[in-house]
Ligand binder design. Structure first.
Ligand code: ATP
Length: 224
C-alpha cells in the first residue's frame, strides 16, 4: 500500500471575479495543511450586482487564468454542469463519491463560515468533509450559539488530524490578511478605475479585453 492520499481542499465561491484575497490564502492552506490540491469550484448561479453581467463560463475562465502555473491548484466546473442552485453539500457528496476515503477539506473565509447556518443542510457538510476556516480581515469570529456548539464538538488544532480521517473536523487557520473583495473590484471597474495588483495580470487582461464589469456607456476608460 502507498502513502495515504493527501486531503483535497475545496474552495467554492462566486469568483465574480477571482482575486488575490482568494488565491494567496488558498496557497497558504495548500502548504500549511499539506493538502494534495485545492479545487476552485465556481458556483452556477451568480449573485450579479451591476452591469454588464458576467456569465458563469466567464467566471470559470477567470479562475482558469488565475491559477495557470500553480501546482496543486485545480478548477472544477461541476457546479456549472449541475442544474439548479449550487448547494455545497451536493458538491461535497459528489466529490466524496469520486474520491472514496480521501479526506476532503471545505475551505471557507471566516465571513462565509459565520453564515454557515443559512446553508442548505449545513449540519451535513461535516459528514462529507472537514472545514478549514481562513481568517479574513474585518470578520470577527463571534458565532451564533448553535454554530458555536457545532464547532466545539469538532474543533481540532493540528493540521495532521485532517489527514487521519475523511471528514468531520473543523480547523481555524490564520492566513495573510488581504482586505480584497470582489465587491470592491466590481465597484472600481464600474467607476473606470484600475484594479491592477488586486488580481493576477492574466485576469486583468481578460477583464480589460472584454470590458467586463464596466459601465456600458464608458467602454474606453482604461482599467490597467
Ligand atoms: P463578494 O465581494 O462578491 O461577496 P468575495 O470577494 O467575498 O465576493 P466569493 O467568491 O464570495 O468572493 O468568496 C469565495 C470564498 O473566498 C468565501 O469563502 C470567502 O469567505 C473567501 N474570501 C473572499 N475574499 C477573501 C479574502 N480577502 N480573504 C480570505 N478569504 C476570502
Amino acid at each position: 500500500m502507498g502513502p495515504a492520499p493527501r486531503p483535497v481542499g475545496v474552495l467554492g465561491g462566486t469568483f465574480d471575479p477571482v482575486h488575490y484575497g482568494h488565491l494567496r490564502p488558498a496557497l497558504e492552506l495548500l502548504e500549511t495543511l499539506g493538502l494534495g490540491e485545492v479545487r476552485f469550484v465556481p458556483c452556477r448561479v451568480p449573485a450579479h450586482r451591476g452591469a454588464p453581467s458576467v456569465t458563469a463560463e466567464q467566471r470559470l475562465e477567470l479562475v482558469r487564468l488565475a491559477i495557470i502555473g500553480q501546482p496543486g491548484f485545480v478548477v472544477d466546473d461541476r457546479e456549472l454542469r449541475r442544474p439548479g442552485p449550487s448547494y455545497m453539500v451536493d458538491t461535497l457528496a459528489s466529490l466524496r463519491q469520486e474520491l472514496g476515503d480521501t479526506p476532503l477539506c471545505l475551505i471557507l473565509g471566516s465571513d462565509a463560515f459565520q453564515t454557515l447556518m443559512t446553508w442548505h443542510r449545513w449540519q451535513a457538510l461535516t459528514d462529507f468533509a472537514h472545514i478549514a476556516v481562513m481568517q479574513r480581515p474585518g470578520a470577527s469570529l463571534v458565532l451564533p450559539s448553535a454554530l458555536e456548539a457545532f464547532v466545539a464538538t469538532r474543533r481540532v488544532d493540528k493540521a495532521r488530524l485532517l489527514h487521519e480521517r475523511p471528514a468531520g473536523s473543523i480547523l481555524l487557520q490564520p492566513v495573510t490578511q488581504l482586505a480584497i473583495s470582489a465587491t470592491q473590484i466590481r465597484g472600481l471597474l464600474a467607476r473606470g478605475q484600475s484594479v491592477r495588483y488586486l488580481l493576477p495580470d492574466p485576469v486583468l487582461a481578460y477583464l480589460h479585453d472584454r470590458a467586463l464589469y464596466r459601465p456600458s456607456d464608458s467602454p474606453n476608460i482604461a482599467t490597467s
